[in-house]
Design a protein around this ligand. Structure first.
Ligand SMILES: [Fe+2]
Length: 345
């Protein structure tokens, strides 16, 4: 029996309240979700889950502050599930001891083990590659095939990227530490910095714009932005940016392309971990994986799911199959390393 009175600190700035309301009947199954992932991605999945199970799902969407909120609520938190946009976000929840292990045979069957925490504290739900965008006209085929190439002398003055301290780049750096050690990763970061056409700035899409405008020849960017730019009817100039580049999946000849995942986890405070696990398992199901991955031009994690046709058109690639928990473990070292080489200066 779960009867809860949900209360909110409206003062918690930036938190968009959705539909948290007290349970009308104590018996009605309800699940409460805190989500860093946006409503347009999650709403269709929640509707499908509600329809299939009769469970009501209440969601708080926010771009930030959910960890602090969960901390301050402690074991009285109404939240059962946390959804994050990437693995570094969920790692912070784990570090702050805010999660409990997920027990779901279905999830273990659907999601390959390298995309789940070995201790069961979180699971990946969708995947994206940290790709390289390369000018169609100024980068010759084969000229750049690895992250290491970005740091080599032939790329001098030709590379654009966002801040080295942005989680996307920190996690990439952490993957290099995990694969090759700190000394090699530092050498790479110094080489990459030396090759930059301009100081790190803007987001991943802004780098593709800079390629289109001739400021640089290559950039680092998450794969889904390619799809989001190509299909951007509201800002059609982004279609032109995207049309000026090819997407490259680095390191196909060795460890594979660095990937990151959106994640789900069960809060330590949840009094209904079975229902929470059922929801996460649903997100790994055929139906949900198809919706979830294609809505944001990401890759499904479950094998055999039909990919979005646009994403499929970029071709198959080999992903780095190191467990993402090992990459996360190198995150602090990666942040320090980016400071040490003064990457953004
Ligand atoms: Fe992003």
């Amino acid at each position: 029996m779960i009867a809860r009175t949900l209360s909110f600190s409206i003062a918690a700035a930036g938190i968009a309240l959705s539909s948290f309301i007290a349970a009308p009947h104590a018996q009605a199954a309800e699940l409460n979700v805190y989500s860093y992932r946006q409503a347009f991605l999650i709403d269709p999945l929640v509707k499908a889950f509600e329809k299939e199970t009769g469970t009501k799902v209440n969601i708080v969407f926010s771009k930030k502050g959910l960890l602090q909120r969960l901390q301050s609520e402690g074991m009285n938190s109404p939240a059962d599930v946390v959804l994050t946009a990437d693995v570094s976000q969920i790692a912070q929840f784990e570090k702050e001891n805010l999660l409990q292990p997920i027990k779901s045979a279905e999830l273990e069957k659907n999601v390959p083990s390298q995309y789940r925490a070995p201790n069961g504290m979180w699971t990946g739900l969708t995947m994206r590659a940290r790709a390289v965008y390369a000018s169609k006209t100024r980068v010759k085929p084969g000229e750049l095939t690895s992250y290491e190439d970005l740091a080599k002398p032939h790329m001098k003055g030709r590379v654009c990227t966002r801040s080295g301290k942005h989680p996307y780049n920190v996690t990439l750096t952490a993957s290099i530490i995990a694969a090759k050690g700190e000394a090699a990763a530092e050498e790479w970061a110094r080489g990459l910095k030396a090759n930059l056409a301009r100081k790190p700035q803007g987001n991943d899409r802004a780098q593709v714009k800079a390629i289109k405008e001739g400021e640089c020849d290559v950039s680092l960017g998450n794969s889904y932005y390619f799809g989001k730019m190509i299909t951007n009817e509201k800002k059609p100039e982004q279609k032109e940016w995207a049309a000026s580049v090819n997407i490259i999946f680095p390191n196909q000849a060795d460890r594979g392309t660095h990937v990151n995942v959106s994640t789900g986890a069960i809060t330590k405070a949840s009094k209904q971990p079975e229902l929470a696990a059922k929801f996460l398992a649903f997100l790994s199901s055929n139906e949900a994986q198809t919706i979830y991955s294609s809505a944001n031009f990401e890759y499904p994690l479950k094998a055999g799911i039909k990919m979005d046709p646009l994403v499929a058109s970029w071709g198959k690639f080999k992903a780095d199959d190191r467990n993402l928990a090992d990459v996360v473990a190198a995150q602090t070292a990666a942040t320090k390393l980016m400071d040490k080489v003064a990457f953004d200066q």
